[in-house]
Design a protein around this ligand. Structure first.
Ligand code: AMP
Length: 325
């Protein structure tokens, strides 16, 4: 039987970049091509609201994210995509689970502890403490077997499993116990200044940048000042560390050799990177231009109804089990 997998996309901005593609979107596409899995993908708009508290911006981000994911190759025929926010059961179940969760359990979450160490209490918001409970509800409502996450979110999936076990012990078998599917660490894609490619550093190659903008950005990629005739180390070169994402293993061997032989100029290799990036984003941008907001809204509405049916049945089981119905 297929394992049911859930994955979230959080529309916390309206711009997805090359780093997001290779660090997140590509993994989703790999999942949809895995015959062992039935994949649900929800737009975690309630989680996005923790950061984006501007109505027009939030709507815009949601639409942009869905369109870019689809344009990148996420196939709605293979992945069931829905928006979390209209399904009230996510927050209903969050309450039930909150009532069964000790403070100390949340206090030991690494993400919370890191935030609490960094910020004073008056700068910390309650969501930072509680969001793993919403995350558990997102998972448990849909009888999920596996949750693909990075190492940093593993503890939250373990909490979802623990609280589901506790509930089942106390009230009878209602929840499927989920496991984390730890995704192999994806190498951090550098931005044009050499730091992690990120919207907050304004150092990113946007998937929707025009060729002209890409050309300018690629030219700005920081390199060392070694002359053409010097032997160079590809692994410490920002241009190579972006370029390699687009290379076949055979092409990679050749490019690496050009670095370690003499005669490689950064201008030439930047031009090659530019060509690769333009070739890569062109079909994405073409598909993006063919998607409109109405299509996205219709898809989310239809899928929202189906997701709501599944989630409401689970809540009915929960309410009956605990005596609320
Ligand atoms: P963020 O844009 O930081 O919210 O990240 C969204 C997803 O993209 C996460 O799965 C990140 O790990 C991934 N991601 C973001 N930036 C990079 C990057 N520079 N290199 C690799 N993955 C990234």
């Amino acid at each position: 039987m297929k394992k049911r997998v859930i994955t979230a996309l959080t529309p916390s901005s309206d711009q997805l970049h090359i780093g997001n593609y290779f660090g997140a979107i590509k993994q989703m596409i790999d999942l949809q091509n895995n015959e062992d899995y039935e994949v649900l993908m929800f737009i975690s708009s309630l989680h996005a609201f923790t950061k984006v508290q501007d109505a027009a911006q939030l709507r815009h981000n949601i639409s942009m994210f869905v369109k870019i994911y689809l344009a990148c190759g996420v196939d709605p025929e293979r992945i069931f995509m829905f928006d979390q926010a209209p399904i009230a059961w996510h927050t209903q179940l969050t309450w039930i689970l909150s009532c069964m969760t000790h403070m100390w359990f949340m206090q030991r979450m690494h993400v919370y502890k890191d935030a609490a160490a960094k910020w004073t209490a008056d700068a910390l918001n309650v969501w930072m403490f509680c969001y793993p409970i919403l995350m558990a509800a997102d998972i448990l409502l849909y009888d999920i077997d596996l949750v693909p996450v990075g190492q940093d979110q593993k503890q939250h999936v373990e909490y979802a499993r623990d609280i589901a076990e506790k509930f089942n012990r106390q009230f009878g078998d209602v929840f499927v116990l989920p496991d984390a599917l730890i995704q192999s660490e994806v190498a951090v894609v550098p931005g044009i200044d050499g730091r992690k490619m990120s919207k907050s550093y304004d150092n990113f190659l946007w998937l929707l940048d025009t060729p002209e903008v890409l050309k300018k950005k690629v030219k700005l990629i920081v390199t060392d000042a070694l002359p053409i005739e010097a032997v160079k180390n590809p692994d410490t070169c920002n241009v190579y560390n972006i370029l390699k994402l687009f290379l076949s293993p055979e092409e990679d061997i050749i490019v690496r050799k050009r670095y370690t032989d003499w005669g490689l100029g950064y201008g030439v290799i930047k031009e090659e990177l530019y060509q690769k990036v333009v070739e890569f984003v062109a079909p994405i941008q073409h598909r993006f231009s063919q998607l409109d907001d109405t299509m996205i809204e219709q898809m989310l509405l239809a899928n929202g109804q189906k997701a709501n049916d599944i989630a409401s049945k689970k809540i009915e089981q929960v309410y009956k089990a605990v005596g609320l119905l």
